[in-house]
Design a protein around this ligand. Structure first.
Ligand SMILES: [Zn+2]
Length: 252
């Protein structure tokens, strides 16, 4: 089911890690941001999009992790964009992304994973403004739709996922601090925040999301154990431990 969160912005959530696919109406038609996750999700999203009666003109991937690199033939053979760094990283990571998709969910069209084009400097068909940063994944981009009051955050500012440091790159604590500053600046223009995973935040919840990620990263910076409600989910203890380890090494 597509849930309209603002003028020309709809969200469909998958059961798989509460993943959000976002549909954005641009000048020429619809842009699908991070469609997912499993085959039946993608087909239902295609059905929902058909009902809107507006053609899909492009896709956009917020960052080159497998669950943000998906596509389905029913969306049409249109360009799928990412930041230039994100598109490059996705093309290098296609095979592992295909393996992870096959292992994690059923019915994903594997041959369509990660076929991305660098977004032109003028944004091409994607409305709004790209907020690129170095946290979580190479070429990670949020999309600020200031005229609709919406920020699409990718894998940041979630109520279910803690900040996930990119294990392959140094100083991810610093990268998150910079990213949160940029996202905080962008969030001044919005009252709706769509994270890649979890609930859509509205009104004062937007600032609360920023505060929660800031508090987590601040604790890592100080070498302390974060107090974070999201950590009550047992499945996050592995990623949390690896964050702690990485923070210790990069500050040492
Ligand atoms: Zn991710």
């Amino acid at each position: 089911m597509l849930n309209q969160v603002a003028d020309g912005v709809w969200v469909r959530q998958s059961e798989w890690v509460w993943s959000n696919a976002t549909v954005v109406r641009g000048d020429g038609g619809l842009i699908l941001v991070d469609p997912g996750i499993d085959g039946s999700d993608l087909i239902q999203l295609a059905d929902d999009v058909d009902q809107l009666g507006i053609p899909v003109v492009a896709g956009f991937s917020t960052h080159p992790h497998w669950d943000h690199l998906l596509w389905h033939s029913r969306f049409g053979d249109v360009q799928r964009y990412a930041t230039p760094a994100g598109a490059q990283a996705a093309s290098e990571a296609r095979e592992p992304a295909q393996r992870m998709a096959a292992d994690s969910a059923s019915g994903i069209p594997l041959e369509l994973i990660g076929l991305l084009t660098p977004l032109p400097a003028d944004g091409g068909p994607l409305p709004g403004e790209i907020v690129e940063h170095q946290a979580h994944a190479i070429g990670h981009a949020a999309v600020l739709l200031a005229d609709r009051g919406v920020l699409l955050a990718g894998d940041m500012l979630s109520d279910v996922l803690i900040p996930l440091l990119d294990p392959r790159r140094p100083d991810q604590v610093g990268a998150h601090e910079t990213a949160l500053d940029r996202l905080g600046e962008a969030a001044r223009h919005v009252d709706v925040l769509v994270p890649g995973h979890g609930a859509v935040a509205e009104g004062p919840e937007v600032a609360a999301r920023l505060a929660a990620d800031h508090a987590y990263i601040d604790a890592l910076r100080r070498g302390e154990e974060p107090v974070d409600a999201r950590l009550r989910q047992g499945w996050l203890s592995g990623p949390h431990q690896s964050n702690l380890e990485q923070a210790r090494h990069s500050s040492g």
